[in-house]
Design a protein around this ligand. Structure first.
Ligand code: B3K
Ligand code: ZN
Length: 884
């Protein structure tokens, strides 16, 4: 544990490195009670930093230094300085080599950063600053080197020895050991280094690239998982083809490997040629993974693969530029998923997620710009803002330049910066240069935090002109109070009273330009006037969610119903439904707060009835439209969130809808369940769609409490051939009053899947999410279950993360018991896995949203964490910013 006080690091202090590393030669000797790392670094003075030979300051943490040699001379203790975080040497010439040997302890590394053990295998996670826990190095992304890595380990336990690049040699060693050497010819920063040693099996395939090169593809897993790799392999091949077709990007090494590990702090990691994945992001087959899990595997495999260009070939200069690779790569993987499935549904899901979670982050104490100006612990900045909002920012560039212009820009970016470590400004510059545009004002999206508001008003006059006035503002965030206007691309259309689309001609234009177009709002207040508009139109604004803003327009409910039916933009049809639901739910919340009887506006019922009976609509769209805004979203849009009223109002609406739409839901349910019975499971869009509708229908139907629904649920639970149907049936039972059937289903599920940790994660999550009273006690009891293990991040996320993040009515219990529980847990996690501890803290940082009593309780728990002893820099940063 550190002894130095955590300190803030600023982007403005960036300086190029004093020294560069051209070649890195590593040898790992892996043993059960320690490992040895021998490093040879071929280095030189960075010419950019001018003459002179300043001290060489290598990063290193938790390393036991055994020897250090500089320019072939072994150094004595007086020749170097060693502190908790650094080894400092004095070079005497502009080029030299440094050799070090260190001892490390992967076998006791519970932080899962650096070299560690997951089960019986050795693996690594180096991004962002984990390599310094492996050897002394310049552990920063602008130091790029070639790597040669030799791994030596006992042959029987570790038959497979992997590292980045291509395998070049291997052979037997002494005492039952063996070795393998890998060479990665592409220069890379240390955060992309990877090593794996274990008893692994692999699924093999191959891919022929656009220039007819043959690439070996391998997915390595523990033997019991060998039957769950095919979906990831298919996803990988599709990703490789898509990146060639859509971005012109070809894979570069002879081999591409994925390894699945059970203990992993996040989803996956794009190490060059050797991606390491959380097993939850690789393994999927019908019987054990849901449709959502299949889609997540496809998206993450693609994301990590796409990083080979957006991240590895062109990397970040410093960690403030993280969104350069992450925002862009999320944008790329979203495009891929949209092409593989329903584009509209993908957009709906991404936007719902952004609006619920990223907007909450933007409104909380950890708010930061897409390119932050400062941080204490970079691990805390792998955020929804850097990833999801970063992707929206790239998406706006795409919207402004069009697909062709964007491609010209990305081609120039990759060509100009191949092999370099660059900045977000370099990305923008390539987009500008390739298109001859000026994006200076647009760049404020990278430097200003907070979610912009866009208030729109209209006026129509007899001269057939229709004006829309946009007023933008952005609330203060911890970094800045005053914000300058953003460039906000607004895609819009105008509907006539038949639902047709009007031709759009702005005043001053010679002719109309289509019926859906993008205008750029660049000023604090700006009016756009359309001419030749024969009747008062209804605007459809921010189509496809063309900018990550909170737009308001005074629609009444009838207008929203009209848009739901007629808008040519599928996303806006859904969004009109969401806005209608929000209005209706907010009315119910107000009734509940006033102690009045709850009365549901029947227009919502009739709107959803129309959707439900529309056989022409994509069933996945129907499912999305039937989903009411979540409690988390209703919280996000509240000034002060009334936990109980939100829950009661939403449950009331669900029950009313279930009763009113029973017939339609039942028909849709049965038709799809029949199809599921007749067709074996297929992981494809059309089947995801019908199961999505089948399952949301079932969850409504169960609210009726009718015996035929209970029977149908039990039938589905028992007889289905896939996890999507089984888990939905289980979740429906768990949230139902049928105690006996629930207990029986939970027990049989656990018995059947007790040896499959990923399925048991789902079993934990379903129960953690149960909104019935007594949630905290259930979670505490489940922590005693033999399948639970607090050292495993997936288990913590499945049980505690799901409870605190999604089960709002139970987590926010008025007595503060949920908060106390979470704080205790964070204090415990802080002791062995700071990254996971800091992540789990997020719900407590949202205290501003709640009533005074809850605020006091939440802050009290944050203070308790702050005073609990030695905090990791991760937890320290979040707690201190939350209390500032
Ligand atoms: N680049 C990694 C994230 C690393 C997180 C380190 N704390 C995964 C990804 O975004 O692809
Ligand atoms: Zn990424």
């Amino acid at each position: 544990m550190r002894t130095e006080q955590p300190k803030m690091i600023y982007l403005k202090d960036y300086q190029a490195p004093e020294y560069l590393i051209d070649e890195t030669h590593l040898t790992f000797e892996l043993f059960e009670d320690h490992s040895l790392v021998h490093a040879q670094l071929v280095m030189r003075r960075n010419p950019e930093r001018g003459p002179g030979l300043p001290p060489l300051v290598l990063d290193g943490q938790q390393l036991e230094l055994l020897s250090v040699t500089l320019a072939d001379r072994e150094l004595g203790i007086a020749d170097y300085q060693l502190t908790e975080n650094h080894l400092t040497l004095q070079p005497t010439s502009t080029t030299f080599t440094v050799d070090t040997s260190v001892r490390i302890h992967p076998e006791t590394n519970t932080a899962l950063e650096g070299l560690y053990k997951s089960g019986t295998m050795f693996c690594t996670q180096c991004e962002a600053e984990g390599f310094r826990k492996i050897t002394y190095y310049l552990d920063r992304p602008d130091v790029m080197s070639t790597f040669t890595t030799t791994v030596v380990a006992e042959q029987h336990s570790y038959p497979v020895l992997l590292s980045n690049g291509n395998p070049i040699a291997s052979g037997p060693g002494e005492d039952g050991r063996h070795w393998a050497t890998w060479e990665d010819p592409f220069k890379k920063p240390a955060y992309l280094f990877a090593l794996v040693a274990g008893d692994l099996w692999c699924v093999e395939d191959s891919f022929t690239t656009m220039t007819e090169r043959n690439v070996a593809l391998r997915i390595y897993v523990e033997p019991e998982n060998i039957d769950k790799c095919q979906h990831a392999m298919n996803s990988l091949k599709k990703s490789m083809r898509w990146d060639e077709e859509v971005y012109g990007r070809e894979y570069d090494l002879d081999i591409f490997m994925i390894v699945a590990v059970n203990d992993f702090n996040m989803g996956a990691m794009e190490n060059k040629g050797l991606n390491i994945f959380n097993s939850s992001a690789v393994l999927a087959k019908a019987e054990t993974a849901t449709d959502a899990a299949h889609q997540r595997v496809e998206a993450i495999v693609a994301h990590e693969y796409f990083h080979n260009w957006s991240g590895n070939r062109v990397t970040c200069r410093d960690w403030f530029q993280l969104s350069l690779k992450e925002g862009f790569t999320v944008f790329r993987d979203s495009g891929f998923s949209a092409d593989m499935n329903s584009a509209t549904v993908k957009r709906i899901q991404d936007v719902a997620y952004l609006r619920t979670h990223q907007f909450a982050e933007d409104a909380g104490p950890m708010a930061h710009a897409v390119r932050p100006d400062s941080f204490i612990e970079i691990s805390n900045f792998y955020t929804l803002t850097v990833y999801e909002k970063g992707s929206e920012v790239v998406g706006m560039i795409h919207t402004l330049l069009g697909a062709e212009g964007f491609r010209k820009g990305s081609d120039l970016y990759f060509e100009r910066h191949d092999g370099q470590a660059v900045t977000c400004d370099d990305f923008i510059k390539a987009m500008e240069d390739a298109n001859g545009v000026d994006l200076t004002q647009f760049k404020r999206w990278y430097s200003q935090a907070g979610t912009p508001r866009l208030a729109v008003s209209e006026s129509y006059d007899a001269a057939k002109t229709y004006s829309l006035t946009f007023r933008q503002s952005c609330p203060p965030t911890p970094d800045k109070v005053e914000k300058l206007p953003f460039v906000i691309p607004v895609e819009l259309g105008l509907l006539d009273n038949q639902g047709g689309e009007l031709a759009l001609r702005l005043a001053g234009e010679a002719s109309a330009q289509g019926t859906s177009r993008v205008i750029s709002v660049t000023e604090a207040e700006q009016t756009f006037t359309f001419v030749d508009i024969a009747e008062q139109p209804l605007p459809s604004l921010l189509r496809g969610f063309s900018a990550p803003v909170k737009l308001s327009f005074p629609y009444n409910r009838d207008q929203l119903m009209f848009l739901m039916q007629h808008d040519s933009d599928g996303f806006n049809r859904w969004d009109a439904g969401q806005q209608l639901s929000v209005q209706v739910l907010q009315e119910l919340i107000a009734q509940q707060q006033k102690g009045e009887a709850l009365v549901l506006d029947q227009r919502l019922v009739s709107a959803l009835r129309t959707v439900l009976s529309d056989e022409t609509l994509d069933q996945a769209m129907v499912a999305e439209m039937l989903s009411l805004p979540s409690e988390a979203y209703l919280t996000e849009i509240s000034e002060v969130a009334d936990v109980e009223a939100i829950h009661i109002a939403r449950e009331f609406a669900r029950k009313q809808l279930a009763d009113a739409l029973f017939e339609g839901l039942w028909l849709r349910y049965q038709a799809n369940r029949d199809l599921s019975k007749q067709t074996p499971y297929v992981a494809e869009a059309e089947h995801f769609a019908r199961r999505a509708l089948q399952n949301i229908a079932l969850s409504y139907l169960m609210l009726s409490g009718k015996p035929e629904v209970l029977a149908a649920t039990l039938e589905q639970f028992d007889a289905c051939d896939n996890m999507t149907e089984r888990l939905t049936a289980l979740a429906v039972l768990v949230n139902s009053p049928f105690e006996q059937q629930k207990a029986k289903a939970l027990a049989s599920f656990a018995e059947h899947f007790k040896d499959n940790p990923l399925v048991m994660d789902q079993w934990f999550s379903v129960q953690a999410g149960s909104v019935l009273p007594g949630g905290l006690d259930r979670v505490k009891a489940l922590m005693q279950h033999p399948a639970f293990n607090i050292k495993n991040p997936n288990k913590v996320r499945a049980l505690i993360g799901a409870f605190a993040g999604q089960n709002l009515i139970n987590f926010h219990a008025a007595d503060g018991s949920g908060y106390r529980f979470l704080a205790d847990l964070v204090i415990e996690l802080n002791g062995f896995n700071p990254q996971i501890a800091s992540r789990q803290l997020a719900p407590l940082t949202r205290w501003r949203k709640y009533d005074d009593a809850r605020q006091a309780l939440m802050k009290g728990e944050l203070e308790r964490i702050r005073g609990s002893g030695q905090l990791s820099s991760d937890v320290f940063e979040v707690v201190s910013k939350s209390l500032a």
